[in-house]
Design a binder for this molecule. Sequence first.
Ligand code: SF4
Length: 523
Amino acid sequence: MLRVFQKDILDPKQFVVTLELVPGRESTGRSVDTVIGIAKDAFADGRISAVSITDNPGGNPSLSPDAIGYRIFSIGMDVIVHFTCRDMNRVGMESRALQLAMMGMKNILALTGDYSGKGFGGQGAPVFDLDSVNLQIMLRMIGERINAAGDPDAFFTGCAVSPFKWTEGECVAQYAKLNRKLAAGAQFVITQLGYDARKFQELIHIQRHMDLKVPTMGSVYVLTPRAAQIMKQGKIPGVVVTDALLKTVQKEWSNKNQGRTAAIERSARLGAVLQGLGYRGIHIGGIHRDFSTVGKILDRMAQIKDDWREFLPQFNDTQIRGFYAFRESSAVSVSTPVFGHYHPPVTIMDRLLYFLMRRFHNIFFTFNSPLAPIFQILCRKLDKSKTSQRFVNIVEHIIKHLLLGCLQCGDCAIQHVGFLCPESGCPKHTRNGACGGSRDGMCEVNPERRCVWFRAHSRLVTDGNVTELCHGCVPPRMWELNNTSSWLNFHLHRDHQSNGGEIAKFCRQTQCRLMPHDKKNLS
Ligand code: SF4
């Protein structure tokens, strides 16, 4: 069993290098040969711990990472398989996980995934049955079954995080979800791509502040003008390239050779900065033709790694009015983050709705409410006939549709999202926190709408309850309750709050130290 990556990343003395490869839309031919060729050269080079293979990037169909990964794995190169939630429901995902375990490919990067792109006959249906936190938990549970069956070698799972967010709400949403992903079992972290050293520092500081001891790798990319342009347009969710950087890259590439040299130098310097900041490795992307560029980046990094402080000012792709959790002076030491000092504007109507729904919820939908036994008796009575069930369902739907755009999932989760609906409010139906794709508080999929998690943060921060975004893990929606009354389901113990115990048990109940001044942390 190949365990090179796991061994390397868990060794604090090692600085790990992984390489991201992107399969094409063919099962044979040049694109397959190129990917395999790069992997073979990486293996021969000896400095790469693993290659990671993307899973239908951009939501568009490509050769399965499991298939091409297995070919690469067979030549002796360790592989990290990207595993997204977009294309399969939980049944298909579990089956895929079993298949990967049987193939021996147990390094998994668990991701929510980009939204659905175009395939045969048009855009594919976005599934998002699980989110990335529940995917982590599912892999952990399968891992325990693997161990129980006598194989000591379970999955080694990682997650992604994007520190390149410019509003406090999005930053909090990212770090809160990171807390949940790690609680759910993620054993390594890979960042999204950005060129802002302060944000890279912020992530390392936050992890220390939150006591999240997990090896983290920073992304490095060989920037060409085409790639920079696509990233600048926001077409790769979570990745940030500013106008200024795009212009610099375009200028550099006015001469191709100079452009390539500049791209290698930028990658090597960013790698050196990441190593200096305390990252445990780099994850190199943008390698599409041959391995030689990676070799040059690593050679150059070895020459300049001690000078990393000199390069810090070059990675200043910052946002002028962007949010930073730490003051600039705290470049090396850890100070207290400044989260929670900014109170985003929330309309009076939004505040009133939130206030009323929280009070309503506390009275009617908590098991420790003094009225809970009465509601349970009432619900039992109403549940006895189809007519009364339908009546409750209609009343609930009318009220919640008007207030929340309710889609009648029957397993209500508004209490986990600042009393907003994760089904109608989030195209990826995330119940545990934001995906990495929001930009300036707006949704990746519907850029004209605010991200539901950004809105949830705005509501919770005014109330001192932001910690709710990172406590525990929220089990997945129970699809068997679709189109039924969530009110009845709650009181009759049919929903995730009564039945998600086995799943929640797999989420280590860590203290969420993101917001030390929050009500919950003070109590
Ligand atoms: S979570 Fe489900 S029940 Fe609750 S408002 Fe959304 S769709 Fe309706």
